[in-house]
Design a protein around this ligand. Structure first.
Ligand SMILES: Cc1cc2nc3c(=O)[nH]c(=O)nc-3n(C[C@H](O)[C@H](O)[C@H](O)COP(=O)(O)OP(=O)(O)OC[C@H]3O[C@@H](n4cnc5c(N)ncnc54)[C@H](O)[C@@H]3O)c2cc1C
Length: 301
């Protein structure tokens, strides 16, 4: 980004402005080249100012929450990365309604609700990342998803305007939401059920145990690479294709779970993309199923 543009940005947006920041350190994969510019905003007005700046200057931007569903290519991102992982971290309760900033980690939301004897988000226990990323992609597990108890969200539109949406103004399906691409969710409200704290805690720990048993949580990854096709499990298709354990460079299809690609240390996005390509082709040819990516691939080669 040109010096004058960067100076304008620094005048208009409170918070940190970083140049050439390597994105690998912000993703659960530990992979990704540098961002031209990264903004860590301080508040909603700064998100509005940053998005208005991008619109006026014709600069591309992407949003980064916890970076646990992202594969950033090795060339990094030409444009602005709005880092929302450390802002909007407030969390409070009004009766049965929990208000959460979208920079709150899901693990913290689950612990907060569990402590407050409020039931409904236990199935999210162990999913990495932030409330914002989870709402955008309707994260879920064990038959539940974040949309189940979502009551409303507050967001900033790509045009830089603040907007509130109630639950009936949004649609959610499997790992999908109708929230407009490029909008920044800053707050979410959940309506939960009063519950027995002991049972809530038990459900949370059972989910964590099951997750740790079935997933290669000891390795860096971005979770499930592919969405499950209707009536099937992507992991089972990969297993049937005989590709489990296959390695390219330092990336490997987890021997423990076929839908996870893990970084053995020093893997590149090119390694991971080559494995994704291999799986996609093999499953298409042998099982006639078209796999759809769950992981979001961003940036340049
Ligand atoms: C070990 C492991 C296990 C996982 N298990 C599960 C699972 O069981 N179920 C599941 O659903 N996922 C799972 N995931 C994937 C991931 O944790 C979720 O998709 C998570 O919700 C992503 O949140 P994030 O904050 O990390 O988002 P990021 O990866 O940072 O971003 C993901 C998307 O959300 C958008 N986004 C982020 N923040 C905001 C915001 N504030 N406003 C608007 N858009 C935003 C980004 O633009 C991007 O498009 C797993 C990942 C790992 C590494």
């Amino acid at each position: 980004m040109k010096r004058e543009l960067r100076e304008t940005l620094e005048r208009q947006v409170r918070g940190r402005v970083l140049s050439g920041e390597p994105l690998a350190q912000y993703t659960s994969f530990g992979i990704g080249g540098p961002a031209d510019v990264m903004i860590v905003p301080e508040g909603v007005e700064d998100v509005q100012a940053a998005l208005t700046f991008c619109r006026d200057e014709g600069i591309a931007y992407i949003l980064l929450g916890g970076g646990s569903n992202l594969l950033v290519r090795d060339g990094g991102f030409r444009g602005m990365v709005l880092n929302l992982g450390g802002v909007f971290t407030h969390l409070h309760v009004e009766g049965r309604r929990v208000w959460s900033g979208t920079g709150v980690r899901l693990s913290r939301l689950v612990a907060f609700c569990s402590k407050g004897a409020l039931a409904g988000v236990e199935s999210l226990a162990g999913i990495p990342g932030t409330v914002g990323g989870a709402v955008k992609g309707n994260a879920g597990a064990f038959g539940g998803s974040i949309a189940d108890h979502l009551a409303e969200v507050r967001l900033v539109t790509p045009q830089g305007n603040q907007q509130a949406l109630s639950r009936d103004q949004m649609e959610f399906s499997y790992r999908r939401s109708s929230l407009p691409e490029g909008c920044v969710v800053v707050e979410a409200a959940f309506d939960l059920e009063p519950g027995d704290p002991v049972r809530i805690r038990r459900r949370v720990s059972e989910n964590l145990i099951q997750r740790n048993r079935g997933q290669p949580v000891e390795w860096r990854s971005a979770g499930s690479v592919f969405k499950n096709p209707p009536g099937e499990y992507a992991g089972r298709l990969v297993e049937k294709s005989g590709l489990k354990g296959m390695r390219i460079g330092s990336a490997c299809i987890s021997p423990k779970h076929g839908n996870f690609i893990i970084n053995l240390g020093g893997a590149t996005a090119a390694d991971v993309l080559a494995l994704i390509d291999l799986i996609t082709h093999r499953v298409r040819e042998e099982m006639h199923v078209e796999l759809e990516l769950e992981v979001q691939v961003v940036g340049e080669d």
